[in-house]
Ligand binder design. Structure first.
Ligand SMILES: N[C@@H](CCC(=O)N[C@@H](CS)C(=O)NCC(=O)O)C(=O)O
Length: 228
C-alpha cells in the first residue's frame, strides 16, 4: 500500500497520474497547504522541505521498513522502479526520460510557478517580474514544442516525464500562454487529457480532497509569508 500525502496541485497530481496509470493500491492523506499542514511535525518527518507531495511505501521492494520519498520527480522515479513501468530499462532510454523529468522539476515547474504567483497572486502587479516569468514560461513551452515535433510523447514511449509535465501545462491560461502558438504541445496535451488514468487522477481533486475555493488572505499568508 502506498500512502500519498498530497494536495491537488500540479506537483501533487503528477503522482496521482502515476498511481492511476499503474493501478497501484494507495490511500490519499490530504495535506492542506493553505492551512499549514505542511509544517506539521508528522509531515516534516517524511517531507523535510515542507512541500507536497510525499509518499510512504508500506510494502517496499525487498521488504523491510517502510520507505518514504519526497520531491515529485524522486517519487515518480521510485514508483517507476518499483513497478518496472514508465521508464525504459536501457541506459539511453532511462536517461532520456530523466533529462525531461529534471527539465520539468528544475525548469518548467519553478518558472511556471513564479509566473502564476506574479500574474495571479502577488498583491502588487510588478511588470518586470510578470514579463520575466511569462517570457521564460513561453521559452520553455517552445522547447517542449520542438521536442514534441514528430514525437507522440516526450521521451519515446509514454513515461513519467509526460506525467510530470502535463499538470504544469493544464493551467496554461493562468500562465498567459496560448496553446495555439505551440501546436505540438497542443496535440500532445489533447492526447494526455483523454487518457483514462489522467481523467481519473483529476477526478480525485473532487473526490479525495476537501472542496477548495479562492485562496483567502490567511491562506496566502501561510503559503507566501515565508514561514519557516
Ligand atoms: N520540487 C518540489 C516542489 C513541490 C512544491 O512546490 N509543492 C507545493 C505545491 S505545488 C507546496 O507544497 N507548497 C506549499 C508551500 O509553499 O508551503 C516537487 O517537485 O515536489
Amino acid at each position: 500500500m502506498i500512502e500519498l500525502h498530497s494536495w491537488p496541485t500540479p506537483n501533487g497530481l503528477k503522482v496521482s497520474i502515476f498511481l492511476e496509470e499503474a493501478g497501484l493500491e494507495h490511500q490519499v492523506f490530504p495535506v492542506n497547504i493553505g492551512t499549514g499542514d505542511q509544517f506539521q511535525p508528522d509531515f516534516l518527518a517524511i517531507s523535510p522541505n515542507n512541500r507536497i507531495p510525499a509518499i510512504v511505501d508500506r510494502d517496499p521492494p525487498g521488504g523491510g521498513e517502510p520507505i518514504s520519498v519526497f520531491e515529485s520527480g524522486a517519487i515518480l522515479f521510485y514508483l517507476a522502479r518499483k513497478t518496472g513501468q514508465f521508464v525504459p530499462q536501457d541506459p539511453r532510454g532511462t536517461m532520456e526520460v530523466l533529462e525531461w523529468l529534471f527539465w520539468q522539476v528544475g525548469g518548467l515547474g519553478p518558472m511556471a510557478g513564479q509566473n502564476h504567483h506574479f500574474n495571479i497572486y502577488a498583491p502588487e502587479k510588478i511588470p518586470y517580474a510578470i514579463d520575466r516569468y511569462t517570457n521564460e514560461t513561453a521559452r520553455l513551452y517552445g522547447v517542449l514544442d520542438r521536442r514534441l515535433a514528430g514525437r507522440d510523447y516526450v521521451a519515446g514511449d509514454y513515461s513519467i516525464a509526460d506525467m510530470a509535465i502535463y499538470p504544469w501545462i493544464v493551467p496554461h491560461e493562468n500562465q498567459k500562454q496560448n496553446l495555439a502558438d505551440f501546436p505540438n504541445v497542443q496535440r500532445w496535451f489533447e492526447t494526455m487529457k483523454s487518457r483514462p488514468a489522467v481523467i481519473r487522477a483529476y477526478e480525485t481533486k473532487e473526490t479525495l480532497y476537501p472542496p477548495r475555493k479562492e485562496l483567502t488572505d490567511a491562506e496566502k499568508a501561510v503559503l507566501f509569508g515565508g514561514k519557516k
